[in-house]
Write a protein that binds this ligand. Structure first.
Ligand code: PEP
Length: 252
């Protein structure tokens, strides 16, 4: 089965409203009409509506970097899936390593968010990945398997068409250290085998698995050329029009 590449930019806590609009408008010009690759931005929550409006009419979708698992109420500082949808977003990123390791989100919390996001009609990008010490201790797959198993608990095979997995080894995020194409391929293939075990061969073959961790124009073609690497989740290199454009074009 051929899977459409899916490349997304995670802006994290960067940009101002104006620089975010400049970035979105610039990328709309350079890559907004590409339809061979699914494209998305994850801007800061307060700019979602403005960025959605800016890219309207292009092939670029927008998503939130996080959401909460309740509909409404006394949850100061949080946003709901319905609010995310209301801004015009199609996607939500859940389980990013910074949410897990800086903000202490557990696999169980992430699972509640995944279930809520899917029931709210959002496409979920579920990020997973091991720490350096976990890789060095030979626990790469143990960690990724736990994060995926718990993260997807209660998600049935049909709902998996609205889930993308982002494999992001934590030691490669924002560090300039990229997993080698062979390291990425090895883990992606194992994640796909796990999806076959948890679901079935069709779900395993259809689910996109993005790679994330210091992907940039110079290493994108080789990473995206691996058979089980179906796109990328990009931090630093998503903040410059030239870099993200070159990176996306490397996937064509
Ligand atoms: C990320 O934040 O998901 C990421 C992969 O960051 P970077 O590309 O900067 O390593």
């Amino acid at each position: 089965m051929s899977r459409k590449l899916f490349i997304a930019g995670n802006w994290k806590m960067n940009t101002t409203l104006q620089s975010g609009l400049d970035l979105a408008n610039g990328l709309k010009e350079t890559i907004g009409s590409i339809d061979e690759i699914e494209l998305a931005f994850f801007p800061p929550a307060v700019y979602l509506k403005s960025i959605c409006d800016a890219v309207a009419g292009s092939n670029i979708g927008v998503g939130a970097q996080n959401m909460y698992f309740e509909d409404s109420g006394a949850f100061t500082g949080e946003i709901s899936g319905a609010m995310v949808k209301d801004t015009g977003c199609k996607y939500v990123l859940l389980g990013h390593s910074e949410r897990r390791h800086v903000f202490g989100e557990t696999d169980e919390m992430i699972n509640r968010k995944v279930l809520k996001a899917l029931s709210d009609g959002l496409h979920v990008v579920l990020a997973v990945g091991e720490l350096l010490e976990e890789r060095e201790a030979g626990k790469t797959m143990e960690v990724n398997e736990r994060q995926i198993r718990i993260g997807l608990e209660g998600v049935d095979a049909a709902a998996m068409s609205n889930v993308t997995i982002a494999y992001e080894p934590v030691w490669a995020i924002g560090t300039g250290k990229t997993a080698s194409p062979e390291q990425a391929q090895e883990t992606h293939a194992k994640i796909r085998q796990l999806l076959e075990k948890l679901y079935n061969a069709d779900v395993a073959a259809a689910t996109r698995i993005q790679y994330g961790g210091s992907m940039k124009p110079s290493n994108a073609a080789e990473l995206l050329g691996q058979p089980d690497v179906d796109g990328g989740l990009i931090g630093g290199a998503s903040l410059k029009v030239e870099d993200f454009t070159a990176l996306v074009k490397a996937g064509l």
